[in-house]
Design a protein around this ligand. Sequence first.
Ligand code: HOZ
Length: 436
Amino acid sequence: MKDKKARFETKKSEALMARAVGLMPGGVNSPVRAFRSVGGTPLFIAEGKGSRVVDADNNIYIDYLGSWGPLILGHSPAVVRAALRRQIERGTSFGAPTENEVVLAEMIIDAVPSIEKVRLVNSGTEATMSAVRLARAFTGRNKIVKFDGCYHGHVDSLLVKAGSGVATLGLPDSPGVASDCVHTLSIPYNDEDALIKVFELHKSEIAAVIVEPIPGNMGAVLPARGFLEQLRKITKKHETLLIFDEVISGFRISRGGAQERFKVKPDLTCLGKVVGGGLPIGAYGGRKEIMKMVAPEGPVYQAGTLSGNPVAVTAGIAALKAIAKPDVYGVLEEKTALLVDGLRKAASAAGVEVVINSIGSMFTVFFTSSPVKDFQSAKTSDTARYANFFHALLEKGVYFPPSQFETCFVSLAHTKSDISTTLKAARTAFNMIAGH
Ligand code: HOZ
């Protein structure tokens, strides 16, 4: 990465956005990155290395977006680059099985406690879509229970009271999915009473409960003590499948994801870009008895030319090998604790009320005084304050997600010096918010 100029100027990003808006809806290929809820022009990223990204105007930022989570090793790690180079020499897509698919499947099954058999797909959305279809086929039931503010990709039946971009833009449930929605029941996260009630009302109709065991799409939210266990208990009792959407928490919270950390085994698990080292991939897997219903072993159809694509699979193997080394998660947590502790102190010194939710290497700064335990409480955060905080950090070279309802991620590439630079920027940002 070359020496970049220090001045904060965004003329090239602005010019690119002016071209983009006429070509793509909102100028982007995914809504949150349009900066709609924080205002201003999205930065067009030209390069990423380690903990940093560089935009089209050559501004450098310490990045806590991390491509929305999968970059545990940071941007463009040498091991992944080398593996990709080797694969690209051999070919990029065959539409036929490869040895590396077997290797990646073995690695996933070895790491994730509940996965006995796995199918690779192309995205987290494809994984949740397929898992829901499979759950319906396995149980012979139709209804799906989800939680308000949890986001499972843009699958029709799961775009109900969803987090991430849907929450960011303050959209009601998306038009165009009405007929499927009648089978989706959304209840508050961490609410055991609501869970009991939904089963009282619909017990024998519920095919599956799908949940982000650690929600990351209403900002980071932690499961209350016993909540995941209660979920497991009630789903087992009613012979409903429990699906963990670990697109964010898989390999991020621990090698075996949230299910390993909380020792709760779902029936099916969905994984995303993390198993491709940040390249486009997804996976769903679970008990053999359920997975054997997937075609061609069983009748539940799901397919794709690029499923198990050799490029993404190769990157995934290299990344997962690198994070299988001892103490990766200890180091990540130490760095995150240092940062989060510093952020809390900086906010308090400036007299700004914040709640910072943090687990593993995930965290979110909410501008509220009440605990954030579900979507309702996440929405008490002052999003205008978040927008000011976001822009103040950006000007100081620190890139947080451009929405209150997303999560910051710390990678192994973040250094102590990155963290102290971030804290210095945060002190300025909090003081600016407090009007000092
Ligand atoms: N839904 C993604 C974050 N949870 C955002 C994807 C993107 O805009 O790139």
